[in-house]
Write a protein that binds this ligand. Structure first.
Ligand SMILES: [Zn+2]
Length: 258
């Protein structure tokens, strides 16, 4: 039985001369793998709908292992994300993060919507790094490692000056900061943004403009927190770091600011 689903192509792997095995992240069933026969041929009607990041409706026969992809209809090819080196690198990272954080056939419509909306914002030219920070913050609850952001993780105080402790998994007030010599100092802007990104309804995202210094603080906190707790090794992350260095060297930092 073929069933219709709405999906984003997470990755593909060639199979034989002409086929591809496509990993779809579907709104209906979570992650599923399906064989797309003939999809490697440019003339195939499956060629465009099986490109990585393609978003569309698909007809799939599911099975325990690899199902069968019968047909697809593009809603958005996300071409803007594939044609820009920086956008492609950030998009690949959030897709791989999602892929590594999810099991097959485990439905999660919240996460589907989050990924779709983030990719769409990126393809509309929103700040790639900010979108990635928001996605990373929201993924922490999906991964089951939410940080404490509304009070001091140690004493519970809600007033004071806060830093971020990876060890304590959240904010530390100035009274408790000696408990973690490796804590990250936070500007008030960074503390506010970490909270905002975590709680924000992505559908209502307004214009956000963030200074480079604040971005550096957020980058350091998130990177260290993921290294400590997420237990993920992501190829796309290393590529992203190289790309970010390149971007600094080329001084293209301001070009995609929103
Ligand atoms: Zn405290």
């Amino acid at each position: 039985m073929f069933e219709k689903c709405e999906a984003i192509v997470m990755r593909t792997v060639d199979y034989g001369e002409t086929n591809k095995i496509v990993t779809l992240f579907t709104r209906e069933w979570g992650k599923v793998a399906a064989m797309a026969r003939g999809a490697k041929k440019p003339s195939s009607r499956l060629s465009a709908v099986t490109q990585p990041l393609a978003y569309g409706h698909y007809l799939v026969r599911r099975s325990r292992g690899v199902g069968l992809l019968h047909q697809g209809e593009l809603i958005d090819s996300m071409r803007a994300l594939r044609e820009d080196l920086f956008a492609a690198a950030y998009a690949a990272y959030i897709v791989e993060l999602t892929d590594k954080s999810t099991e097959e056939q485990k439905r999660n419509p919240y996460l589907f919507e989050l990924l779709l909306q983030t990719l769409q914002y990126m393809s509309e030219g929103r700040d790639l790094e900010i979108m990635t920070f928001i996605y990373e913050m929201k993924m922490l609850s999906v991964l089951g490692i939410p940080p404490v952001l509304d009070r001091c993780a140690r004493c519970g105080a809600t007033e004071g000056r806060f830093s971020f402790s990876v060890k304590e998994a959240g904010f530390l007030c100035h009274r408790c900061e000696a408990a973690d010599p490796h804590r990250f100092s936070l500007s008030p802007a960074s503390a506010r943004l970490l909270r905002l990104f975590y709680h924000l309804d992505l559908a209502r995202l307004g214009a956000i403009s963030v200074k480079e210094g604040t971005k550096a603080e957020l980058r350091a906190v998130l990177s260290s927190y993921y290294d400590e707790y997420a237990g993920l090794s992501l190829k796309a992350k290393r590529f992203l770091e190289q790309i970010a260095e390149l971007k600094d060297k080329l001084d293209l930092g301001g070009e995609r600011e929103t």
